[in-house]
Ligand binder design. Structure first.
Ligand SMILES: Cc1ncc(COP(=O)(O)O)c(C=O)c1O
Length: 385
């Protein structure tokens, strides 16, 4: 089924049913933003800081963030030269593609990708070239042969999320080093969407791409508080980029949104600062939710659960269990559970679905049980081949 038809069918089906558990995103009620976010945001409102900031974002906020981002990324981030605040991480990705991807170009994309990447690439008239995973999980890798061929064919941008939405994979340091060698040879860019950089479970080793020797000059890193801090409603993100790109990125931001929302910029005043304990505690709670989900769903015969090493996403493969992705998603909707069909994430996503386990821990076991029962009944209905 073509993707748009599949998506239209799923949303029409969902609209005719009562959805008790929407697992297409994490619960910001069960996991609210940290108090410092709300305090800083409210203080900015009360102080009337409602005017336009500098185009790149408030100079005072960038000055606070630069040393914290330098420490986090392992590169020297200058507040004037290397930082652009954006209206959400998504606006940063879109602005970067506006600068780096021209009509007729090819952009190498991790497949599956995070919902919007291929569409954004196509919006600029560029062609998405899908690069499937060679390995998923804690030690993941994309297919380097396809990347090498794509660069040889003229692609000048490689784009991926790491940690990866939707599989929850973390790209292995050895893969990233080999990728960096290819990029140097080809003089190409990386757009590294590292939104989930602090959402990594203990078994995985996460590397910021910009920290790899030679890569700082050719990497745009997209970050933001939407996930780890549940700040998706604030619509704020950060691009960390080489000096030569910052003026062009700012021009695009100016045309798109004039500036990032001012109140939300000020909500970053205490971001990445002394919050290690709250992040650790949130990741620990998510780890428990992950393990509960994996333990129960692994018992469903024919389901390939694929344990995520980061993020709050599960991306199980149902191709051995149900006759179609649509049947699976609709059966879950019948049971009041909404998930996202895997084909929405690119060709390799077909036969999978994505669900967020970032939900209320007090009821999660029951929700997983309900999902497991639906999937088990699908498996038993499937005609044997
Ligand atoms: C990998 C990835 N990148 C970017 C985004 C967009 O994030 P934001 O809400 O900061 O625009 C998302 C949101 O789900 C995401 O998962």
């Amino acid at each position: 089924m073509p993707l748009t038809e599949l998506e239209a069918e799923v949303s029409a089906y969902a609209a005719r049913h009562v959805i008790e558990h929407d697992l297409t995103s994490a619960s910001t009620v069960a996991f609210p933003p940290p108090p410092s976010f709300l305090d800083d945001f409210n203080r900015a409102i009360r102080a009337g800081r409602s005017g336009y900031t500098e185009v790149r974002g408030s100079a005072s906020v960038r000055e606070l963030l630069a040393p914290r981002l330098s420490k986090m990324l392992g590169v020297e981030v200058d507040s004037e030269r290397n930082l652009v605040l954006t209206a959400g991480t998504q606006a940063g990705l879109f602005a970067t593609l506006a600068v780096l991807a021209q009509s007729g170009d090819s952009v190498l994309l991790a497949d599956p990708e995070y919902l919007c990447d291929a569409r954004a690439v196509a919006f600029f008239g560029a062609e998405p070239v899908y690069v499937p995973f060679a390995r998923v999980g804690a030690n993941a890798a994309l297919d380097l042969d396809i990347i090498e061929q794509g660069l040889r064919d003229g692609a000048r941008v490689v784009m991926f999320s790491n940690p990866h939405n939707p599989t929850g994979s973390v790209l292995a340091p050895d893969f990233l080093r080999r990728l960096s060698e290819l990029l140097l040879d080809a003089d190409a860019w990386v757009l590294a969407d590292e939104l989930y950089a602090r959402f990594v479970y203990e078994e995985a080793q996460f590397t910021h791409f910009a920290s790899i020797p030679g890569m700082w000059e050719r990497t745009v890193t997209a970050l933001g508080p939407s996930k780890t801090e549940s700040g998706s409603g604030f619509r704020i993100g950060v691009l960390v980029c080489p000096e030569r790109l910052a003026p062009m990125l700012s021009s695009v931001i100016e045309l798109m949104t004039i500036r990032a929302p001012a109140y939300s910029q000020y909500a970053l005043e205490h971001w990445l600062c002394g919050d290690e304990e709250s992040v650790r505690s949130r990741v620990a709670t998510y780890l428990t939710l992950r393990d509960v989900s994996v333990a129960r769903l692994s018992k469903v015969k024919g389901l390939d659960v694929r344990v995520p090493a980061a993020t709050g996403w599960l991306f199980p493969d149902i191709s051995q269990l149900a006759s179609s992705e649509l049947e699976t998603v609709e059966s879950l909707i019948d049971a009041g559970v909404l998930v996202t069909p895997g084909a929405s994430f690119g060709p390799s996503g077909a036969g999978c679905f994505r669900m967020s386990f970032g939900q209320d821990p007090t009821t999660w076991t029951e929700v997983v049980e309900r999902i497991a029962e639906v999937l088990t009944s699908l498996a038993s209905e499937r005609p044997s081949e």
